[in-house]
Design a protein around this ligand. Structure first.
Ligand code: NAD
Length: 373
Protein backbone atom coordinates (compact mmCIF):
# COMPACT_ATOMS: atom_id res chain seq x y z
CA UNK A 1 0.00 0.00 0.00
CA UNK A 2 1.75 3.14 -1.19
CA UNK A 3 0.47 6.59 -0.20
CA UNK A 4 1.68 9.52 -2.30
CA UNK A 5 1.72 13.10 -1.03
CA UNK A 6 1.61 15.56 -3.92
CA UNK A 7 3.07 19.05 -4.03
CA UNK A 8 0.19 21.46 -4.58
CA UNK A 9 0.20 23.26 -7.92
CA UNK A 10 -2.82 25.58 -7.66
CA UNK A 11 -1.90 29.29 -7.65
CA UNK A 12 -1.53 30.67 -4.13
CA UNK A 13 -1.93 27.27 -2.43
CA UNK A 14 0.60 27.04 0.41
CA UNK A 15 -0.76 24.05 2.32
CA UNK A 16 0.32 20.42 2.16
CA UNK A 17 -1.84 17.33 2.71
CA UNK A 18 0.50 15.43 5.06
CA UNK A 19 2.94 16.37 7.79
CA UNK A 20 5.74 14.34 9.35
CA UNK A 21 3.30 13.55 12.18
CA UNK A 22 0.70 11.96 9.89
CA UNK A 23 3.32 10.28 7.67
CA UNK A 24 4.74 8.58 10.75
CA UNK A 25 1.27 7.34 11.68
CA UNK A 26 0.57 6.01 8.16
CA UNK A 27 3.87 4.12 8.27
CA UNK A 28 2.88 2.70 11.66
CA UNK A 29 -0.29 1.36 9.99
CA UNK A 30 1.94 -0.53 7.54
CA UNK A 31 1.82 1.87 4.57
CA UNK A 32 4.74 3.06 2.50
CA UNK A 33 4.67 6.88 2.08
CA UNK A 34 6.25 8.86 -0.77
CA UNK A 35 6.36 12.66 -0.60
CA UNK A 36 6.97 14.86 -3.63
CA UNK A 37 10.11 16.94 -3.08
CA UNK A 38 9.29 20.40 -1.75
CA UNK A 39 5.64 19.48 -1.02
CA UNK A 40 5.70 20.99 2.48
CA UNK A 41 8.08 23.90 1.86
CA UNK A 42 5.46 26.68 1.83
CA UNK A 43 3.92 25.32 5.04
CA UNK A 44 7.26 25.10 6.89
CA UNK A 45 7.61 21.31 6.63
CA UNK A 46 10.91 20.52 4.91
CA UNK A 47 11.86 17.38 3.00
CA UNK A 48 14.30 16.35 5.73
CA UNK A 49 11.44 16.26 8.27
CA UNK A 50 9.47 13.88 6.07
CA UNK A 51 12.54 11.71 5.35
CA UNK A 52 13.35 11.56 9.08
CA UNK A 53 10.07 9.75 9.82
CA UNK A 54 10.57 7.25 6.99
CA UNK A 55 8.99 8.85 3.90
CA UNK A 56 10.66 8.46 0.52
CA UNK A 57 11.09 11.93 -0.94
CA UNK A 58 11.22 12.05 -4.74
CA UNK A 59 10.09 13.58 -8.01
CA UNK A 60 6.40 13.61 -8.98
CA UNK A 61 6.95 10.66 -11.36
CA UNK A 62 8.67 8.63 -8.62
CA UNK A 63 5.99 9.45 -6.09
CA UNK A 64 3.12 8.62 -8.47
CA UNK A 65 4.60 5.33 -9.73
CA UNK A 66 2.50 2.47 -8.28
CA UNK A 67 0.73 4.79 -5.83
CA UNK A 68 -2.46 3.34 -4.34
CA UNK A 69 -3.69 6.50 -2.59
CA UNK A 70 -2.87 10.07 -3.59
CA UNK A 71 -3.32 12.80 -1.00
CA UNK A 72 -3.83 16.43 -1.91
CA UNK A 73 -5.19 19.64 -0.43
CA UNK A 74 -6.75 20.59 -3.77
CA UNK A 75 -7.32 18.26 -6.72
CA UNK A 76 -4.28 17.87 -8.99
CA UNK A 77 -4.62 18.68 -12.70
CA UNK A 78 -5.68 15.40 -14.38
CA UNK A 79 -2.88 15.84 -16.97
CA UNK A 80 -0.34 15.57 -14.19
CA UNK A 81 -1.69 12.13 -13.21
CA UNK A 82 -1.05 10.27 -16.48
CA UNK A 83 0.22 6.77 -15.80
CA UNK A 84 -1.55 6.52 -12.45
CA UNK A 85 -2.63 3.03 -11.47
CA UNK A 86 -6.25 2.32 -12.40
CA UNK A 87 -8.39 2.12 -9.25
CA UNK A 88 -6.02 4.30 -7.22
CA UNK A 89 -7.73 6.67 -4.78
CA UNK A 90 -7.37 10.43 -4.80
CA UNK A 91 -8.41 11.97 -1.45
CA UNK A 92 -8.41 15.78 -1.46
CA UNK A 93 -10.60 18.87 -1.47
CA UNK A 94 -11.86 18.47 -5.03
CA UNK A 95 -14.32 21.38 -5.33
CA UNK A 96 -16.73 19.09 -7.24
CA UNK A 97 -19.27 21.77 -8.21
CA UNK A 98 -16.66 24.36 -9.16
CA UNK A 99 -14.41 21.90 -11.03
CA UNK A 100 -17.07 19.67 -12.53
CA UNK A 101 -15.14 18.98 -15.78
CA UNK A 102 -12.20 17.68 -13.79
CA UNK A 103 -14.40 15.04 -12.20
CA UNK A 104 -15.02 13.58 -15.69
CA UNK A 105 -11.27 13.59 -16.29
CA UNK A 106 -10.66 11.72 -13.05
CA UNK A 107 -13.26 9.16 -14.13
CA UNK A 108 -11.50 8.78 -17.48
CA UNK A 109 -8.22 8.12 -15.65
CA UNK A 110 -9.93 5.20 -13.89
CA UNK A 111 -9.23 6.53 -10.40
CA UNK A 112 -11.58 6.78 -7.43
CA UNK A 113 -11.80 10.48 -6.64
CA UNK A 114 -12.87 11.12 -3.02
CA UNK A 115 -14.06 14.67 -2.30
CA UNK A 116 -13.23 15.40 1.32
CA UNK A 117 -15.61 18.39 1.40
CA UNK A 118 -18.53 15.99 0.85
CA UNK A 119 -17.81 14.28 4.18
CA UNK A 120 -21.21 13.89 5.87
CA UNK A 121 -21.81 15.96 8.99
CA UNK A 122 -22.23 13.07 11.37
CA UNK A 123 -20.60 12.73 14.74
CA UNK A 124 -18.13 10.02 13.79
CA UNK A 125 -16.86 12.04 10.81
CA UNK A 126 -16.22 15.27 12.70
CA UNK A 127 -12.50 14.57 12.96
CA UNK A 128 -12.38 14.03 9.18
CA UNK A 129 -14.12 17.29 8.24
CA UNK A 130 -11.80 19.57 6.26
CA UNK A 131 -14.48 22.29 5.94
CA UNK A 132 -14.60 22.71 9.72
CA UNK A 133 -10.86 22.57 10.33
CA UNK A 134 -10.10 25.08 7.59
CA UNK A 135 -13.08 27.41 8.23
CA UNK A 136 -12.10 27.73 11.87
CA UNK A 137 -8.66 29.07 10.90
CA UNK A 138 -10.18 31.28 8.19
CA UNK A 139 -12.53 32.87 10.74
CA UNK A 140 -9.59 33.66 13.01
CA UNK A 141 -7.44 35.01 10.17
CA UNK A 142 -10.30 37.16 8.80
CA UNK A 143 -10.32 39.15 12.04
CA UNK A 144 -6.54 39.58 11.97
CA UNK A 145 -6.73 40.67 8.32
CA UNK A 146 -9.39 43.21 9.27
CA UNK A 147 -7.26 44.46 12.18
CA UNK A 148 -4.30 44.80 9.81
CA UNK A 149 -6.27 47.02 7.42
CA UNK A 150 -7.98 49.03 10.16
CA UNK A 151 -6.29 52.29 11.07
CA UNK A 152 -7.55 52.12 14.64
CA UNK A 153 -7.23 49.81 17.64
CA UNK A 154 -9.66 47.04 18.58
CA UNK A 155 -9.74 47.30 22.39
CA UNK A 156 -10.84 50.24 24.45
CA UNK A 157 -7.71 51.94 25.75
CA UNK A 158 -7.60 54.48 28.53
CA UNK A 159 -4.35 56.36 28.20
CA UNK A 160 -2.88 59.57 29.62
CA UNK A 161 -3.61 61.18 26.26
CA UNK A 162 -7.26 60.16 26.35
CA UNK A 163 -9.55 57.23 25.73
CA UNK A 164 -9.88 55.19 22.54
CA UNK A 165 -13.22 53.46 22.20
CA UNK A 166 -13.52 49.75 21.37
CA UNK A 167 -14.03 48.75 17.73
CA UNK A 168 -17.50 47.51 16.82
CA UNK A 169 -17.34 44.22 14.94
CA UNK A 170 -20.34 42.62 13.21
CA UNK A 171 -20.13 38.98 12.06
CA UNK A 172 -22.62 37.84 9.42
CA UNK A 173 -22.97 34.06 9.16
CA UNK A 174 -22.26 32.16 12.38
CA UNK A 175 -21.08 28.74 11.23
CA UNK A 176 -17.63 27.45 12.08
CA UNK A 177 -15.78 30.47 10.62
CA UNK A 178 -18.20 32.99 12.11
CA UNK A 179 -17.99 31.54 15.61
CA UNK A 180 -14.21 31.70 15.52
CA UNK A 181 -14.36 35.25 14.15
CA UNK A 182 -16.58 36.26 17.09
CA UNK A 183 -14.23 34.61 19.60
CA UNK A 184 -11.15 36.21 18.03
CA UNK A 185 -12.66 39.70 17.86
CA UNK A 186 -13.73 39.36 21.51
CA UNK A 187 -10.20 38.31 22.50
CA UNK A 188 -8.92 41.48 20.82
CA UNK A 189 -11.29 43.53 22.93
CA UNK A 190 -13.87 44.51 20.31
CA UNK A 191 -17.61 44.97 20.94
CA UNK A 192 -19.08 42.15 18.87
CA UNK A 193 -22.51 41.48 17.37
CA UNK A 194 -23.54 38.74 14.94
CA UNK A 195 -26.38 37.43 12.80
CA UNK A 196 -27.39 34.24 11.00
CA UNK A 197 -30.49 32.74 9.41
CA UNK A 198 -30.36 29.71 11.70
CA UNK A 199 -31.97 30.60 15.02
CA UNK A 200 -29.89 27.93 16.81
CA UNK A 201 -26.91 30.27 16.50
CA UNK A 202 -28.50 32.90 18.79
CA UNK A 203 -27.47 31.03 21.90
CA UNK A 204 -24.00 30.33 20.51
CA UNK A 205 -23.50 34.05 19.82
CA UNK A 206 -24.55 34.92 23.37
CA UNK A 207 -22.35 32.24 24.89
CA UNK A 208 -19.35 33.92 23.27
CA UNK A 209 -20.28 37.26 24.83
CA UNK A 210 -21.56 38.83 21.61
CA UNK A 211 -24.93 40.41 20.81
CA UNK A 212 -27.31 38.55 18.46
CA UNK A 213 -28.94 40.69 15.74
CA UNK A 214 -31.91 38.71 14.43
CA UNK A 215 -34.91 39.17 12.18
CA UNK A 216 -38.00 38.45 14.30
CA UNK A 217 -41.67 37.95 13.46
CA UNK A 218 -41.20 36.97 9.83
CA UNK A 219 -42.81 33.77 8.60
CA UNK A 220 -40.44 30.92 7.76
CA UNK A 221 -37.38 32.39 9.43
CA UNK A 222 -35.94 29.01 10.33
CA UNK A 223 -33.14 28.78 7.79
CA UNK A 224 -31.73 25.44 8.84
CA UNK A 225 -31.65 22.75 6.16
CA UNK A 226 -30.09 19.29 6.15
CA UNK A 227 -26.79 18.62 7.91
CA UNK A 228 -27.02 21.91 9.84
CA UNK A 229 -26.47 23.95 6.67
CA UNK A 230 -28.47 27.03 5.73
CA UNK A 231 -31.25 27.07 3.14
CA UNK A 232 -32.17 29.92 0.81
CA UNK A 233 -34.55 32.37 2.54
CA UNK A 234 -37.93 33.81 1.43
CA UNK A 235 -38.10 37.23 -0.22
CA UNK A 236 -39.98 38.56 2.82
CA UNK A 237 -37.18 37.40 5.10
CA UNK A 238 -34.51 38.86 2.83
CA UNK A 239 -36.24 42.28 2.86
CA UNK A 240 -36.57 42.26 6.67
CA UNK A 241 -32.94 41.17 7.01
CA UNK A 242 -31.73 43.95 4.67
CA UNK A 243 -33.60 46.59 6.70
CA UNK A 244 -32.26 45.34 10.01
CA UNK A 245 -28.73 45.07 8.69
CA UNK A 246 -28.86 48.56 7.14
CA UNK A 247 -29.51 50.30 10.42
CA UNK A 248 -26.96 48.16 12.29
CA UNK A 249 -24.16 48.23 9.74
CA UNK A 250 -23.97 52.03 9.62
CA UNK A 251 -22.68 51.94 13.21
CA UNK A 252 -20.05 49.22 12.67
CA UNK A 253 -16.28 49.60 12.21
CA UNK A 254 -15.57 46.05 11.03
CA UNK A 255 -17.85 43.57 9.28
CA UNK A 256 -16.86 39.94 8.65
CA UNK A 257 -19.14 37.99 6.29
CA UNK A 258 -19.02 34.19 6.07
CA UNK A 259 -22.46 33.22 4.71
CA UNK A 260 -22.58 30.21 2.40
CA UNK A 261 -25.33 27.97 1.02
CA UNK A 262 -24.02 24.60 -0.21
CA UNK A 263 -24.19 24.16 -4.00
CA UNK A 264 -25.47 27.70 -4.61
CA UNK A 265 -23.88 31.12 -4.99
CA UNK A 266 -23.27 32.86 -1.65
CA UNK A 267 -26.16 35.13 -0.57
CA UNK A 268 -25.64 38.86 -1.15
CA UNK A 269 -25.77 40.47 2.30
CA UNK A 270 -24.23 43.93 1.91
CA UNK A 271 -25.11 46.43 -0.81
CA UNK A 272 -23.11 49.36 -2.10
CA UNK A 273 -25.52 51.74 -0.35
CA UNK A 274 -24.91 49.98 2.96
CA UNK A 275 -21.14 50.26 2.44
CA UNK A 276 -21.59 54.00 1.77
CA UNK A 277 -23.40 54.34 5.13
CA UNK A 278 -20.32 53.14 7.04
CA UNK A 279 -17.70 55.44 8.52
CA UNK A 280 -14.61 56.02 6.30
CA UNK A 281 -11.78 53.79 7.52
CA UNK A 282 -14.13 50.89 8.26
CA UNK A 283 -13.18 47.43 6.98
CA UNK A 284 -15.28 44.59 5.54
CA UNK A 285 -13.83 41.10 5.09
CA UNK A 286 -15.78 38.87 2.67
CA UNK A 287 -14.87 35.26 3.40
CA UNK A 288 -17.41 34.09 0.80
CA UNK A 289 -15.77 36.08 -2.00
CA UNK A 290 -14.72 32.96 -3.94
CA UNK A 291 -18.29 31.59 -3.87
CA UNK A 292 -19.78 34.71 -5.45
CA UNK A 293 -19.37 37.05 -2.50
CA UNK A 294 -21.61 38.37 0.30
CA UNK A 295 -20.51 41.96 -0.35
CA UNK A 296 -21.26 44.05 -3.42
CA UNK A 297 -18.01 45.14 -5.06
CA UNK A 298 -15.76 42.60 -3.28
CA UNK A 299 -13.06 41.26 -5.60
CA UNK A 300 -11.50 37.81 -5.09
CA UNK A 301 -7.80 38.13 -4.36
CA UNK A 302 -7.90 41.89 -3.79
CA UNK A 303 -8.39 44.59 -1.18
CA UNK A 304 -10.52 47.32 -2.77
CA UNK A 305 -11.76 50.62 -1.38
CA UNK A 306 -15.36 51.87 -1.83
CA UNK A 307 -16.70 55.03 -0.19
CA UNK A 308 -13.59 55.07 2.04
CA UNK A 309 -14.32 51.52 3.28
CA UNK A 310 -11.79 48.76 2.61
CA UNK A 311 -13.27 45.50 1.31
CA UNK A 312 -10.92 42.57 1.83
CA UNK A 313 -11.37 39.62 -0.53
CA UNK A 314 -8.41 37.34 0.08
CA UNK A 315 -8.68 33.95 -1.57
CA UNK A 316 -8.05 30.69 0.24
CA UNK A 317 -7.77 32.33 3.65
CA UNK A 318 -6.86 29.16 5.57
CA UNK A 319 -3.80 28.81 3.31
CA UNK A 320 -2.62 32.14 4.78
CA UNK A 321 -2.00 30.12 7.97
CA UNK A 322 -0.37 27.35 5.95
CA UNK A 323 1.40 25.51 8.74
CA UNK A 324 -1.53 25.08 11.13
CA UNK A 325 -4.00 24.64 8.26
CA UNK A 326 -1.82 21.83 6.85
CA UNK A 327 -1.44 20.17 10.24
CA UNK A 328 -5.23 20.04 10.68
CA UNK A 329 -5.96 19.08 7.06
CA UNK A 330 -3.38 16.29 7.27
CA UNK A 331 -4.97 14.99 10.48
CA UNK A 332 -8.41 15.06 8.83
CA UNK A 333 -7.03 12.84 6.04
CA UNK A 334 -5.27 10.54 8.50
CA UNK A 335 -8.37 10.27 10.73
CA UNK A 336 -10.40 9.38 7.65
CA UNK A 337 -8.10 6.72 6.21
CA UNK A 338 -7.12 5.18 9.53
CA UNK A 339 -10.76 4.88 10.66
CA UNK A 340 -11.38 2.57 7.71
CA UNK A 341 -8.03 0.75 7.75
CA UNK A 342 -8.53 -2.97 7.45
CA UNK A 343 -5.49 -4.63 9.00
CA UNK A 344 -6.08 -7.93 7.25
CA UNK A 345 -6.00 -6.49 3.74
CA UNK A 346 -3.56 -3.72 4.68
CA UNK A 347 -5.64 -0.91 3.19
CA UNK A 348 -8.70 1.19 3.95
CA UNK A 349 -12.14 -0.18 3.07
CA UNK A 350 -14.91 2.44 3.12
CA UNK A 351 -18.40 1.84 4.48
CA UNK A 352 -21.49 2.78 2.48
CA UNK A 353 -22.54 5.90 4.34
CA UNK A 354 -19.25 7.73 4.03
CA UNK A 355 -18.09 6.03 0.82
CA UNK A 356 -21.23 6.96 -1.11
CA UNK A 357 -21.14 10.52 0.21
CA UNK A 358 -17.59 11.35 -0.81
CA UNK A 359 -16.86 9.07 -3.81
CA UNK A 360 -17.15 11.02 -7.05
CA UNK A 361 -15.83 8.49 -9.55
CA UNK A 362 -15.44 4.72 -9.73
CA UNK A 363 -14.88 2.20 -12.55
CA UNK A 364 -14.46 4.95 -15.15
CA UNK A 365 -17.77 6.68 -14.28
CA UNK A 366 -19.04 9.61 -12.25
CA UNK A 367 -21.04 7.95 -9.46
CA UNK A 368 -21.87 10.67 -6.93
CA UNK A 369 -25.58 11.46 -6.49
CA UNK A 370 -24.98 15.15 -5.87
CA UNK A 371 -23.28 15.48 -9.26
CA UNK A 372 -25.70 13.26 -11.16
CA UNK A 373 -28.94 14.67 -9.70
P1 NAD B 1 -21.42 27.38 6.10
O1 NAD B 1 -19.98 27.60 5.85
O2 NAD B 1 -22.17 26.52 5.13
O3 NAD B 1 -22.16 28.80 6.17
C1 NAD B 1 -21.73 29.78 7.08
C2 NAD B 1 -22.90 30.36 7.85
O4 NAD B 1 -23.64 31.27 7.02
C3 NAD B 1 -23.92 29.33 8.35
O5 NAD B 1 -24.05 29.43 9.75
C4 NAD B 1 -25.21 29.72 7.62
O6 NAD B 1 -26.37 29.44 8.38
C5 NAD B 1 -24.99 31.20 7.41
N1 NAD B 1 -25.85 31.83 6.38
C6 NAD B 1 -26.27 31.32 5.19
N2 NAD B 1 -27.07 32.22 4.56
C7 NAD B 1 -27.14 33.34 5.36
C8 NAD B 1 -27.81 34.60 5.26
N3 NAD B 1 -28.56 34.89 4.20
N4 NAD B 1 -27.66 35.48 6.29
C9 NAD B 1 -26.89 35.17 7.36
N5 NAD B 1 -26.24 34.00 7.51
C10 NAD B 1 -26.36 33.09 6.53
O7 NAD B 1 -21.67 26.84 7.58
P2 NAD B 1 -20.73 25.88 8.45
O8 NAD B 1 -19.62 26.61 9.05
O9 NAD B 1 -20.41 24.74 7.60
O10 NAD B 1 -21.71 25.45 9.63
C11 NAD B 1 -23.06 25.07 9.45
C12 NAD B 1 -23.53 24.24 10.64
O11 NAD B 1 -23.02 22.92 10.57
C13 NAD B 1 -23.11 24.77 12.00
O12 NAD B 1 -24.18 24.59 12.91
C14 NAD B 1 -21.97 23.89 12.40
O13 NAD B 1 -21.79 23.80 13.79
C15 NAD B 1 -22.43 22.58 11.81
N6 NAD B 1 -21.31 21.64 11.59
C16 NAD B 1 -21.47 20.34 11.96
C17 NAD B 1 -20.43 19.44 11.74
C18 NAD B 1 -20.55 17.99 12.13
O14 NAD B 1 -21.47 17.63 12.83
N7 NAD B 1 -19.65 17.14 11.67
C19 NAD B 1 -19.25 19.86 11.15
C20 NAD B 1 -19.14 21.21 10.77
C21 NAD B 1 -20.20 22.08 10.99
Amino acid sequence: MKIAVLKETAAGERRVSATPETVKKFIALGAEVAVEAGAGATASFDDAGFAAVGAKVGSRAEVLADADILLGVQGPAPDALKGIKSGAWLAAGLNPFGERARVDDYAALGIEALAMEFMPRITRAQSMDILSSQSNLAGYKAVLDAAGEYGRAFPMMMTAAGTISAAKVFVMGVGVAGLQAIATARRLGAQVSATDVRSATKEQIQSLGAKPIFVENVAGIEGEGSGGYATEMSDEYKAAQAELVSSHIAKQDIVITTALIPGRPAPRLISDAQIASMRPGSVIVDLAVESGGNVEGAVAGEVVEKHGVKIVGHRNVSSRLASDASALFARNLYNFLSAFWDKEVGKPVLDEEIGNAIRLTQGGKVVNERLLG
